[in-house]
Structures are given as structure tokens and as C-alpha cells.
Design a protein around this ligand. Structure first.
Ligand SMILES: Nc1nc2c(c(=O)[nH]1)N[C@H]1C(S)=C(S)[C@@H](COP(=O)(O)OP(=O)(O)OC[C@H]3O[C@@H](n4cnc5c(=O)[nH]c(N)nc54)[C@H](O)[C@@H]3O)O[C@H]1N2
Ligand SMILES: Nc1nc2c(c(=O)[nH]1)N[C@H]1C(S)=C(S)[C@@H](COP(=O)(O)OP(=O)(O)OC[C@H]3O[C@@H](n4cnc5c(=O)[nH]c(N)nc54)[C@H](O)[C@@H]3O)O[C@H]1N2
Ligand code: SF4
Ligand SMILES: [Mo]
Length: 704
């Protein structure tokens, strides 16, 4: 019984918005079923009661009248609700027509970020994507963590063998290009970073941050260094060079290629790093020595390190620092996880492969079956055999999230057919012929297959849907199943009947059933029924190398040829003249969506260009004025804000804004169109992994 005689019930749930995967407790009015409160679950062994403002906004998304609940078809500029049957048939017709008329590669697919946050996407969405057998598969991976996955594949033998900072035990945390105070961590599932950092300080540990902006994380660090965007490789390699030159390296026995590393890093001295990066040579040397001297240390690099011109080399250098200081696989260092459902060990996710085929227009190599999304517009626009004619996007917004979004925006308008599985009309799905909206996150069962495998502690949690599936709604996995079955039926070249039957049977198994089977056959043996009683703590990360390596000889390849070859490109890098642009995230932003919840958007606008006062003065720009920011590919008008937190020479704009195109306001935003930073980022410049370069973009800023 609650207050005023209103009957309240509490239900466990989860926030699937970011990688922290916080366990939640929802309070519901038992009579109306309405959510009356959301709080962090204090009994959750991973998130320990944490939540951020976005969790509360899950309710806003759920209740948002602009969230699509029925499939819609576009008629000119208007959307018409249609039945599921009509919508699914129209999608299958459109996709199959492209394949029948122009071949399999004429159908492209783009998988956006929320796919990794939905159980149904992982169990059924990836199977759907595979079933198309197109070479034109794209995802948010290549605007995010592709260098990390490629390097894990090259060094450790599996794209998801990603060593995770053992944050709860480390004594020294060295962070390059990440802002976990705002992002809550990435490739490091770490709910409640602020408390965990306080604990680190309490046990005498230190955090050092290297970032071109004095971020929320830099502010609470023991030491912060500005770094010129894109120059991390010079700093990181110089640190490796110091470790080796000063005989401070203590690598494990199971590594191959150390001599090649020694030779490769020899030219990268702290003095050279200083000239390129703006850090002090003595600081670089000291940082290397302190790393070697720390009882335990974890070096961590994230979006700022991977979405830049030398993403793969920088990511490699981060791994080398951990490995050479003996911190790989050491408590308090960086460790591999052992989740209840071991997606790596059980081959739920493949090891990866590289360069099995190349993109048609630019000849860019695939990784793990995907091509760099920076070239999606080329594949749509360039005529010829294999041209993309139809596109299916799932939970993505590449017009806002990938480089030169404006060009992609134009390209999408020219497609024969575009279908989207999405809950909003956004900058991308507005071009769709049909949008298929799945149930909301609160209407779905969840078990986190991906982020348990990237977490700072081994735990297992299953959360049943908070609300029943409403009448006339479909779960995402049901939509994927129908797309596969209906499209296959229409294809002229059919796959063998047996394979189709096996596939159909698989697609009929619900995600919860799949997870249950996986849990029951894992060690320790768990089940969905067991986890319905509450989450299970499997303890801190455990040493497991070299056993867990997936290379054939169970040895780490520390000098992959692909990385060494890219050093020649690094050799020719020049420190940029003029201003460069970097991105930023705010705790109350979530990539390109959720700008339509007032709870998250009220207050001062956050989409301004930050610029150092000296730079403003040098360019004769007044604080608060509207400026034009121009790059090689485009220009946007934004308000500028003076900020001492910026490194001089660097300006910062958050991504995910730009919600009005051609004067049309999208339904994923209320009153703050802002400008899209990806109208400035340049798809012609890529990291060798194929990852987009979103950081260190040369720009000019002029008064308007
Ligand atoms: N310049 C610049 N660009 C960036 C970045 C940057 O730092 N700077 N960051 C990059 C990174 S790290 C990422 S991950 C990408 C993200 O880029 P994307 O994945 O392309 O885009 P999101 O903004 O995450 O859009 C997700 C869409 O999914 C929809 N959605 C939400 N929940 C669901 C659901 O449950 N089911 C379905 N079907 N749809 C749903 C939302 O309506 C939204 O339109 O952006 C990248 N782009
Ligand atoms: N609130 C919130 N949380 C999120 C998200 C969100 O949109 N909002 N998105 C989620 C997603 S999809 C992801 S991938 C993660 C990302 O998680 P993080 O990587 O922690 O997030 P960012 O804020 O992008 O941090 C990148 C940092 O790199 C810095 N940087 C830019 N260029 C360089 C460079 O060349 N060198 C160095 N050393 N630093 C550089 C930037 O100033 C920025 O501080 O966050 C996740 N969590
Ligand atoms: S940190 Fe915030 S957005 Fe991320 S999972 Fe937790 S509550 Fe959700
Ligand atoms: Mo991301």
C-alpha cells in the first residue's frame, strides 16, 4: 500500500540507453499501470543503485505521442498508418525487387547503435542482416570502435577479446580521449563512474587524463594534459619507446613480435611527441615511468582515440602500454571478462576477418563483414554494376551520425526503396518508404549479451518486460523474422529448402528462449528462471591468459603487419595549421535522439561551439555570436561560446544535433534543431581500419 491509499508495485528493470546498463527499480501505480518513480537498483551487483537522468527519460520515450506505434507508409510528404501485414509485405517487395533486378549487393543495410542495446536485435537482427548476404553491410561500428575490434582480432584472435580496465582495483588509470563522467564509459561497462573514481582515490590511486578539452572527467583527474587532436599516436608510441629504451618493460612470456615493436617505435621519442602533440617531453617520459612503477595500472583510450586519423595505431599503442608494463591480465590492470553467456568463447560472435572483399567505389576493405559507413553515400550514388538501390536501416540515423551527412541525405532521397525499423521519424528515416516501429524498451525482456562481456565486474541480469506488449504491436525480433521470411519468399534465387527451414525455425525462437538455452548450457549453469529472482554476482575479473586467447598458438601478436604498415602514414603526418574540430558528449544527450524530452533538454542549449577566448580574440569573434564553421565538405552556422576548457586551436561541437533539414523539423526533437557536426566531418579521410575521422577536422570559424 502506498501513500494516499494508492496501490504501488515495484518492478525491476534496466536502462538500455548506454553501455553502463544500470539496473533500475520502477514504481508503478497498480491501478493505472503508470510509472510513478524510477530509481537505481541498490541490490544490483554491477550498478549498485546508480542511474543518470536519461533513465527517467525512458518513461518519456515510452509515453511520447511522437513515438511510432504502428507502421507508417510515406505518401509524398505525409505518413499514413498501415497494417503490419501491408507494411511488412511492402518492405519485402522493395528489398526483394532490388535483389531480383540488380543482384544481392544492390540491397544495403545499416545497423545503428541501439541494436547492441536490444536483445532481439542481437539474437534475430544480426541473423536477418546475414540472410541478405550482401557485401554492403554497414553499421555504427565504423564511426566508433572499429580500430578496437580490428586490433583485438589482430592481436588476440577475436574482435571482442577487448581487455577491460579493472577499475575497481586499479591504482593508476590513464585515460586518452574518453569522458566517462559524461558517457558513463564505453568498451568498459562501468555504471557509477563517479563513485568508482572516488573509491580509486580513497585507496590512493590516481587518474591522468589526456584530452584536448578539460572535460568533466579531466576536472576530477589528478592530472590533465591537453593534446592536439589526432596526435595521440606520437604520445603513446613515445611512452612505449621510453619503456623499452629504459628497460622498464615486463611483458608476459606469451607474446610474439617484440623485436619488431622495438624497431618500429625507436623513432618516436618524447621530443617528437612534444612537437606534434603540445604535451611536454618531460611529461611524456614521466607518464611512461609512472605507468611502469605503479603497482597496477590501466591505460584506456576511447572515442577520441578511435575516431581519428590514426585510430588503429593509437589503439595498438594503448594495448602495448598495458602489455609491456605487465598490466594485461593482472588484477588492477586490464582484464578479459568471463560473462555468464560467453559470446566470444561460444562463437556467438565470429572472430572477425579482414579484407575478404572491398567496397565497389573506393576499394575499402571489409572488416568482420562490414564496410566503412563513410562510403555508404558513394555506393548509393555511383552508377554501375553493384550500385546500392535499396537500403534497410535498423535503429540508426546515419544522416546525423556519419561523415558528410548532407551528402548521404541527398543520396537517400534517390534510392529506389528505403525501409527503416525505428521508433521515430528522424533525419534518416524521413526518407523511408515504410517505417516499422518495434515495441519500446520497456515492453521487451532484456539480457545484455554484449555489455556483460565488456563490464568491469562479472554479473548476470535478466529483466522481464515492464509492460506487456500492447495489442497490435510487434517486438523487433518478430519484425526481423517477418522481414526475413517474407523477403526470402520473393527472391528469384532461393536458398536450399533445408537451410530456409532451419533458418525459419531459428527465427521463431524468442530471444528469451535463446538466452535461456545459452544460460543453461553455460558455466556456472544459470537460467532465465533463476535470474527472474534477481541478478547474480559472478565476482571480479579473473586472470585467464594465455588460455583465453583465440589465436591458433595462444600467443599475442604484438606487431601486426597491418599496424606496422600504417606507421609510414604516421611518418608523414604534420601538425595542423589553424583550427581543428573535436566532438563532445553531455550526460543528458544520447547520440542523435531523445532531444524531444523536455526533461533532458531544458536549461541552457548545449549544442554550441566551444572556443578558447584567445582564439575568439584572434578571429575577432564575440562570445555568444553566431559564427560560420566551414570544413572541406560543408559549413554550418552555430552560436559560439568562450571556454577556457578548450585547448587553444581546438573547437568543439557535440554530435547528434541538426534536427531540421530543408526546414522540416524531425519528430525526434523539440525546439532545438542546432547544427549537425557531421555536415563538417569528411568521409574522404579515414583511419586505416576504415573508421571515420570525427576528431581533428580542419575548420575555419568566421563571424556571420
Ligand atoms: N561527429 C560525430 N559523429 C558521431 C559520433 C561522434 O562522437 N562524433 N559518435 C558516433 C557513435 S560512437 C555512434 S554509436 C553513432 C550512433 O549513430 P547511429 O546509431 O546511427 O544513431 P543514433 O543516434 O544512435 O540513432 C539511433 C536511432 O535508433 C532509434 N531507436 C532508439 N531505440 C530504438 C529501438 O529500440 N529500436 C529501434 N528499431 N530503433 C530505436 C532512435 O529513434 C534513433 O533514431 O554516432 C556516431 N557519430
Ligand atoms: N550521455 C551520453 N552517454 C553516452 C553517449 C551519449 O551520446 N551521451 N553515447 C554512448 C556511445 S555510443 C559511446 S561510443 C560512448 C563514448 O564514450 P566516450 O569515449 O567516453 O565519450 P566522448 O565524450 O565521445 O569522449 C571522447 C573524448 O575524446 C576527446 N578527444 C577528441 N579528439 C581527441 C584526440 O584526438 N585525442 C584525445 N586524446 N582525445 C580526443 C574529446 O574531447 C572527448 O572528451 O558514450 C556512450 N555514452
Ligand atoms: S548511465 Fe544513465 S543512460 Fe547509462 S545505463 Fe545508466 S541510467 Fe541509463
Ligand atoms: Mo558509440
Amino acid at each position: 500500500m502506498g501513500v494516499y491509499g494508492v496501490r504501488m508495485v515495484e518492478k525491476r528493470g534496466v536502462c538500455n540507453l548506454c553501455e553502463a546498463i544500470c539496473g533500475l527499480v520502477f514504481t508503478l501505480d497498480d491501478d493505472t499501470g503508470a510509472i510513478t518513480a524510477v530509481r537505481g537498483d541498490p541490490d544490483d551487483p554491477l550498478s549498485r543503485g546508480h542511474l543518470c537522468p536519461k533513465a527517467v527519460a525512458l518513461q518519456d520515450v515510452h509515453e511520447d505521442p511522437d513515438r511510432l506505434r504502428r507502421p507508417v507508409r510515406r505518401h509524398g510528404d505525409t505518413w499514413v498508418e498501415v497494417s503490419w501485414d501491408e507494411a511488412l509485405d511492402a518492405v519485402a517487395d522493395g528489398l526483394a525487387r532490388a535483389v531480383n533486378d540488380h543482384g544481392r549487393d544492390a540491397l544495403a543495410i545499416y545497423l545503428g547503435n541501439p541494436n547492441v542495446h536490444s536483445l532481439g536485435s542481437l539474437t534475430h537482427g544480426t541473423a536477418m542482416a546475414k540472410s541478405f548476404r550482401t557485401r554492403n553491410k554497414f553499421s555504427a561500428t565504423s564511426v566508433d570502435q572499429l580500430p578496437a575490434q580490428m586490433l583485438a582480432y589482430l592481436m588476440y584472435g577475436h574482435q571482442l577479446l577487448l581487455p577491460i580496465p579493472d577499475l575497481d582495483r586499479t591504482q593508476h588509470f590513464l585515460v586518452f580521449g574518453a569522458n566517462p563522467m559524461a558517457s558513463n564509459g564505453s568498451l568498459m561497462t562501468v555504471p557509477d563512474f563517479p563513485t568508482r573514481l572516488r573509491e580509486l582515490h580513497r585507496r590512493g590511486g590516481r587518474m591522468v587524463v589526456v584530452d584536448p578539452r578539460r572535460t568533466e572527467t579531466a576536472r576530477v583527474a589528478d592530472e590533465h594534459h591537453f593534446v592536439r587532436p589526432g596526435s595521440d599516436a606520437f604520445v603513446l608510441l613515445a611512452m612505449v619507446q621510453v619503456l623499452l629504451a629504459e628497460d622498464l618493460a615486463t611483458p608476459p612470456a606469451y607474446v610474439d613480435g617484440l623485436d619488431a615493436v622495438r624497431a618500429a617505435v625507436a623513432p618516436y621519442t618524447p621530443e617528437r611527441a612534444a612537437a606534434m602533440s603540445g604535451l611536454d617531453a618531460d611529461d611524456v617520459r614521466r607518464m611512461a615511468r609512472e605507468l611502469a612503477a605503479a603497482p597496477s595500472a590501466a591505460v584506456y583510450g576511447r572515442v577520441g582515440v578511435s575516431t581519428q586519423e590514426f585510430g588503429l595505431v593509437s589503439t595498438w599503442a594503448v594495448q602495448l602500454l598495458n602489455l609491456l608494463t605487465g598490466n594485461l591480465d593482472r588484477p588492477g590492470g586490464v582484464m578479459l571478462t568471463k560473462p555468464a553467456v560467453d559470446v566470444v568463447g561460444r562463437s556467438f560472435v565470429g572472430r572477425g576477418h579482414h579484407d575478404l572483399w572491398r567496397s565497389r567505389v573506393r576499394g575499402l576493405p571489409e572488416f568482420g563483414g562490414e564496410l566503412p559507413v563513410a562510403t555508404l553515400a558513394d555506393e548509393i550514388l555511383a552508377p554501375g554494376e553493384g550500385q546500392v538501390r535499396a537500403l534497410l536501416t535498423v535503429a540508426g540515423n546515419p544522416v546525423s551520425s556519419t561523415p558528410d551527412g548532407s551528402r548521404l541525405d541527398e543520396a537517400l532521397a534517390g534510392l529506389d526503396f528505403l525501409a527503416a525499423v525505428d521508433i521515430y521519424v528522424n533525419e534518416t528515416t524521413r526518407h523511408a518508404d515504410v517505417i516499422l516501429p518495434p515495441t519500446s524498451a520497456l515492453e521487451r525482456d532484456h539480457y545484455d549479451l554484449v555489455f556483460h562481456a565488456l563490464a568491469v565486474r562479472n554479473t548476470a541480469r535478466f529483466t522481464p518486460a515492464l509492460f506487456d506488449k500492447p495489442d497490435g504491436a510487434m517486438h523487433d525480433w518478430e519484425i526481423f523474422r517477418e522481414i526475413v521470411l517474407r523477403t526470402q519468399r520473393r527472391l528469384r534465387t532461393k536458398r536450399p529448402l533445408r537451410r530456409r527451414l532451419v533458418q525459419a525455425a531459428r527465427m521463431r525462437l524468442s530471444p528469451t528462449r535463446v538466452v535461456d538455452l545459452l544460460l543453461r548450457t553455460s558455466s556456472p549453469r544459470l537460467s532465465v528462471a533463476r535470474l527472474r529472482k534477481g541478478p547474480v554476482d559472478l565476482g571480479p575479473l579473473q586472470p585467464c591468459l594465455p588460455d583465453r586467447l583465440m589465436t591458433e598458438d595462444k600467443r599475442v601478436r604484438v606487431a601486426p603487419a597491418e599496424v606496422l604498415a600504417d606507421l609510414s602514414r604516421l611518418e608523414s603526418a604534420r601538425a595542423p595549421q589553424g583550427l581543428v574540430l573535436v566532438g563532445r558528449r553531455h550526460q543528458r544527450d544520447n547520440n542523435s535522439w531523445m532531444h524531444n524530452t523536455t526533461r533532458l533538454t531544458k536549461g541552457r542549449p548545449r549544442h554550441r561551439l566551444l572556443m578558447h577566448p584567445h582564439d575568439l580574440a584572434a578571429h575577432e569573434i564575440a562570445d555568444g555570436s553566431v559564427v560560420q564553421v566551414k570544413s572541406a565538405v560543408g559549413a554550418v552556422a552555430v552560436e559560439v561560446q568562450a571556454s577556457e576548457d578548450m585547448m587553444p586551436g581546438v573547437v568543439s561541437l557535440p554530435h547528434g544535433y541538426g534536427h531540421a533539414r530543408d526546414g522540416v523539423r524531425m519528430r525526434n526533437a523539440v525546439d532545438l534543431p542546432g547544427a549537425s557536426v557531421n555536415d563538417l566531418t569528411d568521409p574522404s579521410v579515414l583511419d586505416v581500419s576504415g573508421n571515420a575521422v570525427l576528431s581533428g577536422v580542419p575548420v575555419t570559424v568566421t563571424p556571420t
